[in-house]
Design a protein around this ligand. Structure first.
Ligand SMILES: *Cc1c(COP(=O)(O)O)cnc(C)c1O
Length: 362
């Protein structure tokens, strides 16, 4: 562990060390088969057991009701931007979207290919600094669903609660899934690319209410219909075996930690320490409005670009890595997902105080 740094990357992101160690062994020889995990058939009893255990643990951790299907798909979260409207809309059908950042904007663009899209709220003119409260927007009566991105990875905003709506909710939870408890029964569909909070890139988790499987138009490609994957338990074609396996190990780790309630407490502690360090002076300026702050991604700026470059270089030298901000905001961003340890946040806040003292704003 001596050579490990604190990895603040936004995704792919840090994973539990014990998961990486176990994966290293299983890649070489999985369950004494004499074959590595990524060499065995996806239809072998060993791999089917991996899939089943992963699904069982996910259902338990998230409290997924029995009338929902869990799918392990490919194509990234970005493919869900079109799969959702392709399957749930159609000519003459409408959906409402909340535009709170890059990822919702991309989803809106794709959705417009498949139906009438009502952008019920947008914080774009506010620089995506906030998310709306329920009641700040109106959802059209004839909308099939209300779509939102629960955590805006780039702008560092997060819905503090599930929006109140009588509409079926659809949510992109790529960057905060399993970071706090949610009531799955309020949703028609939840999706998440794995590479932030669940595992490595390559698998996209979809949780879909069973009755929606029948909604897909008949003329869409087989691979793009949710029903195809639901009927074949994500084995219609070769699934992303390695990514599913790692997700399974991450879920086992999360269970050992005490589940979603326990990790939510740890996440709140990490975020509150980091925001306290930022709020201690006006040296570090956060991007998000205080009431919209994300517990997962914390973008911030320093007084000048030169100081930002110096900050990033010195941080990296101390083993605080991956803090460079997204190209659309510049500056810095600390991503502190489930697997990111509290001690890394403590080390960052100490460095922040030290750096501000030694490098006064011009
Ligand atoms: C990273 C991210 C995506 C894109 O995920 P891909 O798997 O790269 O397509 C979509 N939505 C959110 C909220 C993200 O953080």
């Amino acid at each position: 562990m001596a050579d490990r740094v604190f990895n603040f990357n936004p995704g792919p992101a840090t994973l539990p060390y014990e998961v990486l160690q176990q994966a290293g062994r299983d890649v070489v020889n999985f369950k004494n088969t004499g074959m590595g995990l990524i060499e065995i058939s996806h239809r072998s009893k060993e791999f089917i057991a991996v899939c089943q255990e992963t699904e069982t643990n996910l259902r338990e951790l998230m409290g997924i009701p029995a009338n929902y299907k869990v799918l392990f798909l490919q194509g990234g979260a970005s493919s869900q931007f079109f799969m959702v409207p392709m399957n749930l809309l159609g000519p003459g059908k409408k959906a409402a979207y909340l535009n709170t950042g890059v990822w919702s904007k991309k989803a809106i663009k794709e959705a417009k290919l498949f139906g009438a899209i009502d952008v019920a709220y947008s914080s774009e003119e506010l620089g995506f600094r906030r998310v709306p409260r329920s009641g700040e927007y109106k959802v059209a009566d004839d909308a099939e669903y209300l779509y939102y991105v629960s955590n805006n990875t780039i702008y560092g905003t997060q819905f503090p609660d599930v929006p109140q709506s009588d509409k079926m909710l659809v949510s992109d939870m790529s960057s905060d899934i399993l970071s706090r408890p949610i009531d799955v029964s309020k949703f028609g569909l939840i999706f998440a690319g794995a590479q932030k909070n669940l595992g490595p890139a390559g698998v996209t988790l979809v949780i879909i209410r069973e009755d929606l499987l029948e909604r897909s138009p008949a003329n869409i490609p087989t691979m793009l219909a949710y029903k195809t994957h639901a009927e074949k338990e994500s084995m219609f074609n070769t699934p992303p075996c390695f990514a599913i396996y790692i997700m399974g190990e991450v879920l086992k780790w999360l269970k050992k930690l005490g589940g979603v309630d326990a990790v939510a407490k740890m996440n709140a502690e990490k975020a509150s320490r980091l925001y306290a360090a930022m709020d201690a002076s006006d040296y570090y300026r956060g991007h998000a409005d205080k009431d919209s702050r994300s517990l997962m991604n914390v973008p911030f700026n320093l007084p000048t670009k030169e100081l930002e470059a110096k900050f990033l270089a010195e941080a990296t030298a101390l083993g605080l890595c991956g803090l460079k901000g997204h190209r659309s905001l510049g500056g810095c961003r600390a991503s502190i997902y489930n697997a990111f340890p509290l001690e890394g946040v403590v080390k960052l806040t100490e460095f922040m105080a030290d750096f501000a003292a030694k490098n006064p704003a011009p």
